[in-house]
Design a protein around this ligand. Structure first.
Ligand code: NAP
Length: 308
């Protein structure tokens, strides 16, 4: 069995920021890179909203720098995946694929989330070519364009309003007439002249050759099919937190499947903390994940100092 002070499960911004703090506090820290090494950022071409970079930074490059920084400070990064976590005495035992077990005083779950996609024709082809799941990240690239946002929750509505800052027109497309978003946000969107509601409408296809030029929709009631000309499509239909490895741990999850934490990033299991998108249904930004990783690490340091 491998022994460490802190085991960080994940290798995105939350995981890396946490490792900077725990290593600098003198704790032996192991990070598990997992299958999605570097998290969602490595698939992002340009990051313009992470403080400290005058020009946009490539997502892969940003994560590469974070990993090198963690290693310089002494963190060990293993390209391995956790399959389960359990508490035994004052230690956490984490099992990895292949059966290896790592024992630690604290575990930080920083496994992130993946955007929920529609699963329609054209989706894989157009990711980063007119199709995005992050209006905050990519909206700026659609200055003066017509775009569609898909979803009926707070994210879709807030994104639609945000996109009106750049775009000449924003279609808000939702599969049914009722929305999950808050009433006040719905009203704001309804009174914004740049937003046109297309409801009820199910997205059936994304159109275009090398980038998005349109979207095909079907009215689920009348079955009528229509197309809209758009240069960008933003999908805002929720995210899928990566928490499968915690399913037998006894950890509490929220209604949306995110790890439930208190303001100190503690879960209901002493010694198990969570940070980043696996516990955040709302903000889902790299900079927020990094901040939450740092916060969780400070709490982990306090916790280990108390129990050691
Ligand atoms: P959400 O509230 O779960 O809404 C997801 C929306 O996507 C729903 O309208 C759902 O439709 C639709 N949807 C789901 N799967 C779909 C599919 N396969 N095809 C088409 N549409 C689909 O997700 P969210 O908007 O990302 O919000 C997540 C959480 O964060 C919520 O609790 C939300 O309130 C919160 N949030 C809060 C704020 C804020 O307070 N400022 C901002 C953003 C998010 P149906 O309604 O038909 O199921």
């Amino acid at each position: 069995m491998t022994e460490t002070d802190v085991l960080i499960i994940g290798s995105g911004p939350a995981a890396c920021s946490a490792a900077l703090y725990t290593t600098r506090a003198g704790f032996k820290t192991i990070m598990l890179g997992g299958k999605n090494f570097g998290g969602q950022l490595v698939q992002t071409s340009e990051v313009e909203n992470y403080a400290g970079f005058i020009d946009p930074v490539n997502g892969f490059e940003l994560m590469d720098k974070m990993h090198k920084q963690c290693k310089r400070l002494g963190a060990e990064i293993l390209q391995k995946t956790a399959t389960s976590v359990k508490k035994e005495g004052n230690k956490m035992l984490t099992e990895l694929e292949g059966g290896e077990v790592i024992s630690s005083y604290a575990v930080l779950a920083a496994t992130g989330a993946t955007a929920r996609w529609l699963g329609v024709e054209g989706e894989n082809k157009f990711k980063n070519h007119g199709l995005s799941a992050c209006a905050t990240c990519d909206g700026f690239f659609y200055k003066g364009k017509t775009v569609a946002i898909i979803g009926g929750g707070n994210t879709a509505f807030e994104d639609a309003l945000f996109l009106t800052n750049f775009c000449q027109k924003v279609y808000l497309i939702h599969r049914r007439a009722g929305f999950r978003a808050d009433e006040i946000t719905i009203k704001k969107a309804q009174s914004n002249p740049k937003i046109e509601f297309v409801i009820p409408a199910v997205t059936t296809k994304l159109l275009g050759d090398d980038k998005v030029t349109g979207i095909e929709l079907q009215n689920p009631e009348t079955k009528e099919i229509k197309t809209l000309e758009v240069q960008g499509v933003f999908v805002a239909i929720g995210s899928i937190p990566q928490t499968k490895f915690l399913q037998d741990s006894g950890v509490k999850l929220t209604e949306t499947g995110h790890v439930a934490v208190d303001s100190k990033h503690r879960t209901n299991i002493e010694g198990l903390f969570a940070a980043g998108d696996c516990q955040d249904a709302v903000y889902r930004q790299a900079i927020v994940a990094a901040g939450s990783g740092a916060k969780a690490a400070i709490e982990i340091i306090n916790y280990i100092n108390q129990i050691k």
